[in-house]
Design a protein around this ligand. Structure first.
Ligand SMILES: NC(=O)c1ccc[n+]([C@@H]2O[C@H](COP(=O)([O-])OP(=O)(O)OC[C@H]3O[C@@H](n4cnc5c(N)ncnc54)[C@H](OP(=O)(O)O)[C@@H]3O)[C@@H](O)[C@H]2O)c1
Length: 243
């Protein structure tokens, strides 16, 4: 499902003059997104819980144009401070990538998954992303083609439910619902919002057995930011994916 895909101006927000914030930018798929954006000339805020780790990632990859930004999604004050810093340093925000995520219950069945794991998944993957959008939106209004990309998961797809990791699955299904709800709220504002799944990628979350590189996982995020897709959609490999 797409919300009014033909009435939304899908333009690229990648390149010089554009400003992006990527949560969880210090490693994995988020770092691959930051690197590609920075190399295109986009000014990138690399959201990270530990700024030193963000700075180290930037130095290791030699990414000019990326700035580490302290961002702890379970701390509302940290979210507020991160957005305030961008507001103080930039004219606005063109791209928000809600990439940070946790998945703790891969071996846990719904009957035994500890609530601490499930609650953490919802705090980061759902409430953290939601609150970041709420704070970022004022900076995105009026920016041509502004775009929010929510990094979801095939595990959030209700058509493909399996048993384990209910906290993670539920948080990503909720992130998909959030995408649709905001798509309705933002219709007509010129701000796009979409969800995507990167597929199974070799990161700390995905594990070493995954077939995709972080860069391959990042591809559809970058495609969306370059003007691909519609508004209120869910994508994998640049194609619509079932909710
Ligand atoms: N890899 C896959 O196979 C796969 C498949 C489907 C979906 N995804 C999704 O892709 C996204 C990126 O995952 P990844 O595979 O790149 O995982 P990753 O390498 O484990 O990276 C996760 C990122 O999220 C950050 N993070 C975790 N908790 C946070 C918090 N409370 N506040 C702020 N940042 C926090 C981490 O920061 P720290 O370094 O400080 O921990 C890290 O930067 C996630 O949303 C994930 O659900 C991944």
């Amino acid at each position: 499902m797409n919300i009014a895909p033909n009435t939304v101006e899908a333009v690229s927000v990648v390149g010089p003059g554009r400003v992006a914030l990527v949560s969880g930018g210090n490693r994995g798929i988020g770092l691959a997104v930051c690197e590609a954006l920075a190399r295109s000339g986009t000014r990138v805020y690399l959201g990270c819980r530990v700024p030193e780790e963000g700075a180290a990632a930037i130095a290791r990859r030699g990414i000019a144009g990326a700035t580490p930004l302290a961002l702890q999604l379970t701390d509302p004050g940290s979210i507020e401070a991160a957005i305030a810093r961008i507001a103080g340093e930039s004219a606005g925000l063109d791209a928000l990538v809600n990439n940070a995520g946790v998945s703790r219950g891969i071996r846990d069945a719904p009957g035994t998954e500890p609530m601490t794991k499930a609650r953490e998944a919802f705090e980061v993957n759902f409430f953290g992303a939601w609150q970041l959008i709420q704070h970022a939106l004022p900076l995105m209004r009026g920016r041509t083609g502004a775009h929010i990309v929510n990094v979801s998961s095939g595990h959030g797809c209700v058509a493909k439910v399996q048993g384990n990791n209910l906290g993670y699955r539920g948080s990503k299904a909720a992130l998909n619902m959030l995408t649709l709800a905001f798509a309705h709220e933002l219709a007509g504002t010129g701000i796009r919002i979409n969800a995507m799944t990167p597929g199974w990628a070799r990161t700390r979350l995905g594990g070493i057995g995954a077939p995709r590189t972080p860069e391959q996982g990042a591809d559809t995020i970058l495609w969306l930011l370059q003007g691909g897709g519609g508004h209120g959609g869910f994508y994998k490999d640049r194609e619509p994916f079932p909710w």
